[in-house]
Design a protein around this ligand. Structure first.
Ligand SMILES: Nc1ncnc2c1ncn2[C@@H]1O[C@H](COP(=O)(O)OP(=O)(O)OP(=O)(O)O)[C@@H](O)[C@H]1O
Ligand SMILES: [Mg+2]
Length: 544
């Protein structure tokens, strides 16, 4: 900042980033008071320009004399528009600065310059400016240039939003297609089961037994297919909810191989048509991370790989995903390699810059790798790229392994070590779920089922001797969370014995990161339910 003080640059009155004031300046921005950054190395011209722009009713947040100052001030104050002189002191002139500002922040630039020669114009045009004013100009010219630039920039942003929405529509159609397939065979198989059962119950008693024997295998197959179909739908829904989760999710111990499978499932539709997918997933230590963020990084890398590959040559192209341990550092390595077009050296140097993209306008934001880089760095890891033009690219993510103590998978004790059957109070307002979950748990536990939180409190009033209170979160009248509060009020230890069930995102239901009580995500199979309840009880016993 020393050079800032030495120059004529001045930071104007503080404007909180993202603040809005009353002023209309273009499509969709009715309450928008534009803030302008002036980049001009002649102090007198800068002052004049400041006064002129302020007289027009805009806010001038600062004026900068050099490229470095402009970049610094722009990232600090996020102006809505930059008035840029082309000739600046130092190595970088206004055109270089404008290019960097656009890449980093996507800000609209209006050049105000004494240059109007072909070469400068051609260089400036490449930065897609929103205006170009040749000195000397009058204040009316500046006003027109600013108004038009703001209006056009707002229109461009709306276009970008529209294109995102259209991408969302495409995705929704794709998801519907993926879900409708398994649903079709679930319904057809259920028809078949119902038909067979119907024919048994309506037939005469003696042949009924023989028919049952011959058709039992068929029925079994139908039911297996129903389970498979429902599991597919469950996986798709899980994949979708992934992206709605907040960025500040709690860190867990993650097996990156699970994240890789998840990412490959999410992108299967796109990968299928472009390449053979090969995986070499060596067993690796757990990492401390948010599984969803690792998946987000992998999805970005996989989609970039897809975009690098030609269409209609899927059998000749390959995307390879590898997990391994770096023997030197002990880090967990994930590599995504493609046989795509590769990245020229001058492009490779810039791929992690925000808004840098070589894709057609409107196709890519250029944010993918910048976001990936940020996520991996926040996990204490690194993300690097290697590429040979015409041969392909490799993106390598290295994540520190969690400490051995944390990674050690606890030995699973024998299930029947307890001297007595554990007692579970089950609470769910959905009668079908209540009855099915209760029946499943009764195989191993003593279960008391309640159809509401009020009923559960009544039961607890008589008897608090439950090892586990397993409650749905979203219930009318009193939610699972309110039941939890009431239980804690009765006896603090009772709150600690609560586990929640939910079909939605726990965060949406008020379970914030860092919460200790376990959450079971619906839907689950009987086996998964018993396993999770078993694990919860084990942890409780270990805690004493
Ligand atoms: N596997 C790859 N092969 C070739 N080029 C790549 C590859 N991955 C990234 N790139 C290059 O890096 C650029 C930046 O990638 P990034 O993911 O940040 O943005 P994008 O894919 O262009 O757009 P977005 O991800 O926002 O939709 C790409 O435009 C492309 O030029
Ligand atoms: Mg991308």
């Amino acid at each position: 900042m020393a050079d800032l003080a030495a120059s004529h640059s001045r930071l104007k009155r503080t404007r909180p980033t993202g603040s809005v004031h009353a002023r209309s300046s273009g499509p969709g921005s009715t309450s928008y008071d534009p803030a302008v950054l002036i980049v001009e190395d002649e102090a007198v011209v800068a002052r004049d320009l400041e006064r002129c722009v302020e007289d027009m009713g805009y806010e001038v947040i600062a004026s900068a004399a050099t490229s470095a100052e402009a970049l610094h001030l722009a990232s600090l104050r996020r102006p809505d528009l930059v008035l840029m002189d082309i000739r600046l002191r130092g190595d970088q002139d206004g055109i270089d600065t404008a290019r960097m500002l656009q890449e980093r922040h996507g800000m609209p630039i209006v050049y105000l310059t004494a240059f109007s020669d072909e070469a400068t114009l051609a260089r400036a045009a490449k930065t897609l400016p929103y205006g170009y004013l040749v000195k000397p100009f009058v204040s009316a010219d500046v006003r027109c240039a600013i108004e038009l630039a703001l209006y056009k920039h707002a229109a461009d942003r709306q276009l970008a939003i529209a294109s995102r929405l259209s991408a969302l529509g495409t995705m929704a159609a794709g998801v519907a297609h993926e879900i409708n397939n398994p649903l079709t065979y679930v319904l057809m198989n259920l028809d078949r089961v119902t038909g067979t059962l119907g024919s048994w119950s309506s037939g005469p008693v003696a042949p009924q037994v023989q028919v049952a024997a011959s058709e039992l295998a068929e029925l079994r197959r139908s039911i297996d297919e129903v389970v498979e179909g429902v599991e597919r739908v469950r996986d798709i829904v899980a994949d979708l909810t992934l992206f709605g989760r907040p960025a500040d999710e709690p860190m867990q111990l993650v097996d990156v191989r699970t994240a890789i499978s998840w990412a490959l499932r999410v992108t299967a539709g796109q990968l299928r048509h472009r390449a053979k997918v090969v995986t070499e997933l060596a067993a690796v230590p757990l990492v401390r991370a948010s599984d969803t963020r690792i998946v987000q990084v992998l999805v970005n890398l996989l989609l970039n790989a897809v975009h690098s590959l030609p269409e209609h040559q899927a059998d000749q192209q390959e995307i390879r995903v590898i997990s391994l341990v770096d023997p030197a550092t002990g880090n967990v390595i994930i590599r995504v390699t493609d046989t795509g077009c590769g990245i020229p050296a001058q492009v490779l140097a810039r791929i992690f810059d925000p808004f840098f993209t070589t894709r057609d306008p409107g196709r890519g934001t250029g944010l993918g790798l910048a976001i990936c880089h940020g996520i991996v760095a926040s996990l204490g890891g690194t993300l690097v790229a290697r590429s040979t033009e015409g041969v392909g690219s490799t993106f390598e993510m290295a994540l520190p392994a969690a400490s051995p103590a944390a990674s050690a998978v606890p030995a699973r004790p024998a299930p029947d070590f307890a001297a007595r059957r554990a007692r579970i109070l089950l609470v769910d307002d959905e009668p079908m779920v209540l009855s099915l979950v209760s029946r499943a748990l009764q195989a191993e536990y003593d279960v008391e089922a309640c159809a509401s939180a009020a009923e559960a409190l009544e039961t607890l009033g008589r008897d608090r001797g439950f090892d586990l209170i397993l409650t749905d979160l979203r219930m009318p009248a009193m939610s699972g969370l309110e039941l939890y509060e009431q239980c804690r009020a009765i006896e603090p230890g009772l709150g600690a014995r609560i586990a929640f069930m939910t079909g939605g995102s726990p965060t949406d239901e008020g379970i914030l990161p860092g919460w200790d009580n376990p959450v079971l995500i619906k839907p689950f199979t009987t086996r998964e339910l018993l396993q999770q309840v078993h694990d919860i009880l084990e942890r409780q016993r270990a805690r004493g």
